[in-house]
Design a binder for this molecule. Structure first.
Ligand SMILES: Nc1ncnc2c1ncn2[C@@H]1O[C@H](COP(=O)(O)OP(=O)(O)OP(=O)(O)O)[C@@H](O)[C@H]1O
Length: 383
């Protein structure tokens, strides 16, 4: 994609989540963001989220009028008199700064995609580009940490420098119980798009329980993890990696093609299972060190049926990413993955901090896929 038009007149949208992290969003806005933007003569408009889900519903409701305003600010009159015509751009860059965490970015991206779904606002004739500047004021700040952002000031500086990279999405789909495919099988329906982590097992239970420790800031994950390790469970499931699959080879410390067949099956029970697009999920925690925000792979980390000692040993090495050298840790790259739990079970998935209840058996299967559709893959992030 070449240089996209943007408009000096169109404001940067700043979405502030006052509830993120240790609730420092307003302070960072006043002391770091506003001074830097006014010095750079960058106009902006602040949107404050008022409740869970508000950022998503705001963009679902407003993305079309926002894009109309943006396109109008970029349109120009060509020619004069009877030959005058208005030239509209074929693309436009919308800049959104997030004073919040990964969950807020997730909500905005899903709100925009749902708001534009099936409309003329996203087509081969016109396709917007949405660039996020993420000012790390959440708890985990996986996106910022994975991009090497050191502080709120660093994030603002990166925005002002203007270098962005693709923010590659994953889709999470469930089987539609009504619609059938050509051979009577169920049809996949996208439930949500994610950009950080989908998890099952100990990680998901930890994120779920961490809400009660929110007042501890970043430490909430450690507290919740300790609680879950103390009562360590195994989580039965079958995972199928489809198409080209690469597996981390400890001896060469590189990824090699995993199998000559088109499917790799992992049988549980899983203790720990992650599908990620980011290398780090919080500062000092790098479970999938070879993951990239921008490439076309999902990284998969699987630990099957281990005890407390092995899990603690793994966590001990996740700060540096050296756990991928441990024998019990399996590490893959794939583009399509399906997860199914046994018929009699009920389970839970964590998808970018939200939760999805899993039903047992083939009808409850969930599919994760790297998004290729250019009408979905419209996001970037300042890096
Ligand atoms: N005004 C609000 N009051 C309460 N909750 C809110 C409000 N605005 C947004 N939220 C919710 O806050 C939750 C957490 O937001 P966010 O993910 O940005 O922060 P975090 O969880 O601290 O950080 P991270 O995702 O990086 O770990 C989201 O689920 C969001 O819907």
């Amino acid at each position: 994609m070449g240089i996209l038009p943007t408009s000096d007149r169109f404001p940067l949208l700043i979405v502030l989540n006052p509830h993120s992290g240790l609730k420092q969003g307003h302070h960072v806005l006043e002391t770091i963001v506003k001074p830097a933007l006014s010095q750079a003569n960058q106009p902006f408009r602040v949107i404050e989220s008022t409740a869970q889900g508000h950022a998503q519903s705001y963009f679902f409701d407003n993305i079309k009028p926002i894009l109309i305003d943006l396109v109008q600010s970029l349109s120009s009159v060509q020619g004069t008199g009877d030959h005058a015509s208005i030239q509209h751009p074929t693309s436009a860059k919308l800049q959104i700064m997030v004073l919040g965490g990964d969950g807020t970015v997730h909500e905005i991206a899903n709100g925009i995609l749902r708001g534009l779904e099936g409309s003329e606002f996203i087509s081969d004739q016109f396709r917007p580009r949405v660039e996020f500047s993420v000012i790390p004021t959440g708890t985990g700040n996986a996106l910022s940490t994975s991009l090497g952002v050191q502080s709120a000031q660093d994030a603002v500086d990166r925005f002002l420098k203007g270098h962005s990279v693709p923010l590659q999405l994953m889709s999470v789909s469930t089987l539609d119980p009504v619609a059938k495919g050509p051979e009577g099988e169920g049809q996949w329906k996208v439930h949500v798009y994610t950009m950080v982590v989908n998890s099952f097992g100990l990680h998901c239970a930890t994120v779920y329980d961490s809400e009660e420790f929110r007042h501890l800031g970043n430490d909430r994950f450690r507290q919740a993890a300790m609680k879950n390790i103390e009562h360590l469970k195994q989580y039965p499931a079958t995972v199928t990696l489809k198409g080209t699959v690469q597996q981390y080879d400890r001896s060469t410390q590189s990824f090699v093609k995993a199998s000559t067949t088109s499917m790799t099956t992992l049988s549980g029970p899983f203790t720990y299972f992650l599908i990620t697009k980011q290398a780090s999920l919080e500062p000092g925690f790098t479970p999938t060190p070879r993951a990239s925000t921008s490439d076309e792979w999902m990284d998969v980390l699987a630990v099957t049926n281990v005890g407390q000692a092995e899990i603690m040993e793994m966590f001990g090495a996740t700060a540096t990413g050296e756990h991928i050298q441990q024998e019990k840790v399996q590490y893959f790259k794939t583009k399509i993955l399906e997860l199914e739990i046994p018929a009699e079970e009920q389970g839970r998935l964590c998808i970018d901090g939200e939760f999805l209840t899993l039903q047992g058996g083939p009808q409850g299967k969930v599919r994760f896929e790297v998004v290729e559709d250019p009408n979905i893959q419209i996001f970037g992030v300042y890096a």
